[in-house]
Each structure stands twice: as structure tokens, then as C-alpha cells.
Design a protein around this ligand. Structure first.
Ligand SMILES: [Cu+2]
Length: 129
């Protein structure tokens, strides 16, 4: 009986978190930036089926802060090489992604919210130099 109660309480407490996780907007942090790392802020707009800019360049060891704004409907942003990096946003709820790039390379990103027929080609890349 006691175990059931604890289980139900846990379920009750975790439910709002699960819901919040699927909502558009918010801040997603990928990687940890050391204190004092330079920051590069970039405004990225999204619409069917493109990101603008689609190529974003940043020097290595920079904290990149992407401000994602959708102009038509809900879209998503996810770094292909990073598990669970999807963040969703819509015209009323922009989102911010922070990505600390400590290694040079190209990181492909794509839309992670099905947004129509061209969804699969909605892509871009971060170029870390
Ligand atoms: Cu999409």
C-alpha cells in the first residue's frame, strides 16, 4: 500500500515535467562552457523548409547561443550528433539553444518537428573553426 502511494506520488510529480518537456520554447544547453568563454549570439529564423542562416560559423571554444524563431508554424532544432538535443519552438514561443563547441568540425542540425512534406530537407550546419 505504501509503495503504491509513493509510486503514485512520483507519477504525479513527474507529470508536469513530462508535459513541459514537449512544449515549444525554452532554453536548451548542450555541453558546458567554462566560465568566461566568449559568447556568440545568432538569430536564426525558421520556416517551411529552411533555417536562415543555414550555415553558422563560430570559432572553437566559443559558447554559441542560438535564438530560434519560427515565422510560420512550429519547428524544431536538433544537432544530429547529440542525443536528445531537440528543442521545439513556434511563432509564439521562441527557443534558445546554447552549444559549447570545443572541437573544430561541422555539426549538422535539422528540424525535429514534422512540419510538412519538405521536413526531411530542413537542415543546416554549424561550422566550428
Ligand atoms: Cu520540420
Amino acid at each position: 500500500m505504501r509503495n503504491t502511494f509513493v509510486f503514485l506520488l512520483g507519477l504525479l510529480l513527474s507529470t508536469p515535467l513530462l508535459i513541459a518537456d514537449d512544449k515549444a520554447g525554452g532554453v536548451k544547453k548542450i555541453g558546458t562552457a567554462p566560465a568566461g568563454a566568449p559568447v556568440k549570439e545568432v538569430e536564426v529564423s525558421a520556416k517551411k523548409y529552411e533555417f536562415n542562416p543555414a550555415t553558422i560559423e563560430v570559432p572553437a571554444n566559443t559558447l554559441m547561443r542560438l535564438h530560434l524563431k519560427a515565422t510560420d508554424r512550429e519547428h524544431g532544432f536538433e544537432l544530429k550528433s547529440v542525443k536528445d538535443s531537440c528543442v521545439k519552438f513556434d511563432p509564439k514561443a521562441p527557443a534558445t539553444v546554447e552549444f559549447y563547441a570545443d572541437k573544430a568540425g561541422e555539426y549538422e542540425f535539422s528540424c525535429c518537428k514534422r512540419c510538412g512534406l519538405g521536413h526531411g530537407k530542413m537542415k543546416g550546419k554549424l561550422v566550428v573553426k
